[in-house]
Ligand binder design. Sequence first.
Ligand code: TYM
Length: 334
Amino acid sequence: MIDNKKVLFSGMQATGNLTLGNYLGALKNWVNLSDEYECFYSVVDMHSITIRQDPATLRKRARALLTLYIAAGLDPEKNCIYYQSHVSGHAELAWILNCFTYMGELNRMTQFKDKAAKHADNINAGLFTYPVLMAADILLYQADVVPVGIDQMQHLEITRDIAQRFNGLYGDVFTIPEAYIGKVGAKIMSLQDPSKKMSKSDENPNASIYLMDDPDTIRRKCKRAVTDSLGEFRYSEEQPGLHNLIDIFCACTNRTPDDVVKEFADGGYGQFKEAVGEAVVAVLDPLQKRVAELEKDKPYIDGVIKNNAEKANYYAQKTLRKVQKKVGFPEKIR
Ligand code: TYM
């Protein structure tokens, strides 16, 4: 608790081009929850280097992502928006938690298996212990709630396991966090293969809508989205392509699948795809304009970066000192 409010933590990687999945699965919920909780939103640049990055590009993308958080509606006066690498407590706590995490647990992580298969030439130890750094992110701020898409659930579970193990040994040190999964949009699928999630790293650019895609590109990608040959307008797992488009439409317009099925039941898929395109444009176009405006104001963004890193550091140090004491590190002489 901070000032009688429960704490929320979440983060995103500044790797690749962010997709509509990142927005609908995470960022949109962050904005909805931001009044209710004391929030920490991190640009997790330390996670990003588990895959080889071009340094200049990573720096640029990290700043663009931080700006996007603000553009999406997170007020940096109220929400702590900062770079993970500016708060050394993340790395320090991750080291300690590494010593309370088992190889067998990490071996079960599906994201590790997927990424290791994709980057077979660089299966580094950081990629393997990635979930421990994520646990450190969350536990460092004593977060109660962590809004994420479904793909991060396994990492949330291991975070809870590590926290419970640590508390079991040393008393109530960490708050046990709960995942928050949005009702719609928690798993946006590829537009070209609805059995896969929409991903920044998809090789087919038509599979994902990128947050910075221009309106015509968005409309074209929606029009080309894979559906099926049944020709029935239903919200059903048997029609995964259409199901995904309905999810996207509902998440963008705050409507329910039932309602949408009723409205579009008599039209063809083509007509609906056009409506989906327009709904996505209506969300992303203003967002892109706000990003462009904010990018012009360098001193403002710099101020946010500096002030919020200080705030995050303050809370991180509180937890870290407690943990260091518990595990037996000698006290610093001040
Ligand atoms: P990342 O950067 O891959 O994704 C950021 C957020 O977007 C969600 N997401 C999706 N949601 C719905 N449909 C999709 N197709 C889709 N793709 C991505 C993710 O679930 C996530 O919420 N490991 C994390 C970043 C992280 C983190 C943390 C998150 C590091 N530390 C602590 C929460 C708490 C990641 O790589 O997310």
